[in-house]
Design a protein around this ligand. Structure first.
Ligand code: PXP
Length: 241
């Protein structure tokens, strides 16, 4: 199973001070060293974390595939078509959301039409295109009709379950959707959103999922495991004279 590491929140930290640290390329290179099979970033319309310069640098400097999450915004689609990352995941986007709030509603005619034409534009450039959707068979049928190469199943509901019964129910929904998409429809299956160090294991049991995309929990974990060394280095400088 491939591990895509979403580094958006390293850029959130940078933007909190409109500074140039942490350096996004350095974060991506270290994620590669840690075993990331791919680097994922979301180029949002409000540019709240990742921006165009980050995408250009990542595309030029990475040795693993770059996956960019975008909406169907025309200006962004044009930019991404020119940069040609290896992968794009189309997601719904609304201005006030904290993070992507759910999968694409491909049952809506305007959404389906916009997605289908965006998939066509991106695929023409040789980009592998995924659609972020809920684990639902009818939605998978729509994703296939839209011409997507892959779907990314939203694991957020699974990640928010509190009881074993709830977890099992959501897990079964994801597994069933993954098997349907892969075995019956021949589409690539990715999964992500809300996955962390406690809940990822069960998802790895699903053989038909080929790629996970995990962001917030990894960046948060990196702060916990890095803060002691960072303070020690500053302590040494403060104590030097
Ligand atoms: N997949 C998609 C489509 C997303 O929008 C996000 C969040 O940017 C992720 C995966 C990663 O989610 P998380 O940060 O909760 O791991």
């Amino acid at each position: 199973m491939l591990l895509g590491v979403n580094i958006d929140h390293t850029a959130t930290l940078r933007e909190a001070r409109e500074s140039d640290v942490p350096d996004i390329m350095t974060c991506a290179v270290l994620a590669q060293l840690g075993g990331a099979d791919g680097i994922t970033v979301h180029l949002r319309q409000d540019r709240r974390h990742i921006n165009e310069s980050d995408i250009i640098a990542l595309k030029a400097g990475l040795r693993v595939p770059l996956n960019v999450e975008i909406s169907t915004n025309k200006e962004i689609v044009k930019f991404i078509s020119a940069i040609k990352p290896e992968k794009v995941c189309l997601v719904p986007e609304s201005p006030n959301e904290l993070t992507t709030e759910g999968g694409l509603n491909l049952f809506s005619k305007p959404v389906f039409t916009a997605i289908k034409s965006t998939v066509k534009i991106l695929k023409k450039k040789g980009i592998e295109v995924a659609l972020f959707i809920e684990p639902d068979k009818k939605m998978i049928d729509k994703a296939v009709l839209a011409g997507a190469d892959a779907i990314e199943l939203n694991t957020n509901a699974y990640s928010e379950c509190m009881t074993v019964a709830e977890i099992d129910k959501e897990f079964d929904r994801i597994e069933e959707a993954a098997n349907y998409g892969s075995l019956k429809k021949g589409i690539l299956i990715n999964a992500g959103h809300g996955l962390n160090y406690d809940n990822v294991e069960q998802i790895t049991y699903i053989d038909t999922v080929t790629e996970l995309n995990i962001g917030h929990s990894i960046v948060a974990h990196s702060v916990i495991f890095g803060i002691e060394a960072a303070v020690r280095e500053m302590r040494e400088l403060v104590d030097k004279y």
